[in-house]
Design a protein around this ligand. Structure first.
Ligand code: HXC
Length: 257
């Protein structure tokens, strides 16, 4: 499958999707949405892939939804097309997605980054929800995922003022898990992806489902959901192998990866 706005490659058990629309700082237009969704679904369906890296360029992960594409539209067509709903398909990818952000992650770019499971930032990264400066608000989940990720104080600050935060602040408030020198970003992200891809896949998929449940349910239901997944993993060879390897003081040789 050929893509116009993204590059897709695989390295061993890791799939890499690179946003590649440099003339618009990777602004997320409809074509980019379709390509990211179809490429991630294809990698998700590939049993040889255990983790996906999503990245952009040195200058921009993505500078937002495509403002020029939206500018002239009216409310009925936005509503009838359910504009941006297509991105929800990206959040249904079961394979862990490692986001690697350098440069701008603004508006839809920040929202796409927050759809990733593990988020790494280059020291050049800038995050923001500047939609308020355009007379609108976030439309790809930003108000919800930002509030859940960093709490009300920082989310309100960013969404109401539109100010950008740097990588250091993003890590301090818990928006990203690590900050690395820009030159090391891709290698670092690939390292994280390879680490995840080397685990037993059933446990990886269950772990992602369990953490995501924390954002969708009550504590009691979430804890029970986790416990049931934990019980189910005792049906896998890899649970037997993982625990045997521990007792025998050796590395596990997982079947499902
Ligand atoms: C369309 C974009 C774009 C965007 C940049 N470009 N961001 N095109 N949509 N979101 C285009 C510019 O128009 C320009 O094209 C080219 O990319 C390079 O950008 P410059 O502005 O010249 O670069 P620079 O001066 O370095 O400034 C970088 C920047 C600025 C600070 C990131 O581009 C910027 O403020 N972009 C918009 C950020 C933003 O508001 N994002 C939120 C979008 S709304 P030309 O052709 O002139 O060279 C959103 C959700 C909307 O994401 C939800 C509600 C509907």
């Amino acid at each position: 499958e050929t893509h116009r706005n993204i590059l897709v490659e695989t390295r061993g058990r890791v799939g890499i999707i690179t946003l590649n629309r440099p003339k618009a700082l990777n602004a997320l237009d409809e074509a980019t949405l379709r390509e990211v969704v179809s490429a991630s679904a294809a990698l998700d369906a590939d049993p040889g892939i255990g983790a996906i890296v999503l990245t952009g360029s040195e200058k921009a992960f993505a500078a937002g939804a495509d403002i020029k594409e939206m500018a002239g539209r009216g409310a009925p067509e936005m509503y009838l097309a359910d504009w941006f709903a297509g991105w929800e398909a990206f959040t249904r990818v079961r394979t862990p997605v490692i986001g690697a952000v350098a440069g701008y992650a603004l508006g839809g770019g920040c929202e796409l980054a927050m759809m990733c499971d593990i988020l790494l930032a280059a020291d050049t990264a800038r995050f923001g929800q500047p939609e308020i400066n355009l007379g609108v608000i976030p439309g790809m989940g930003g108000s919800q995922r930002l509030a859940r990720a960093v709490g009300k104080a920082k989310a309100m600050d960013m969404v109401l003022t539109g100010r950008m935060i740097d990588a250091e602040e993003a890590e301090r408030i818990g928006l990203v898990s690590r900050v690395v020198p820009a030159a090391d970003l891709l290698e670092e992200a690939l390292g994280v992806a390879e680490t995840v891809a080397a685990k037993s896949l059933p446990s990886v998929l269950a772990a992602k489902e369990a953490v995501n449940a924390a954002f969708e349910t009550t504590l009691a239901q979430g804890v029970q959901f986790e416990r049931r997944l934990f019980h189910a993993l005792f049906a896998t060879e890899d649970q037997k192998e993982g625990m045997a390897a521990f007792a025998e003081k050796r590395e596990p040789r997982f079947t499902h990866r």
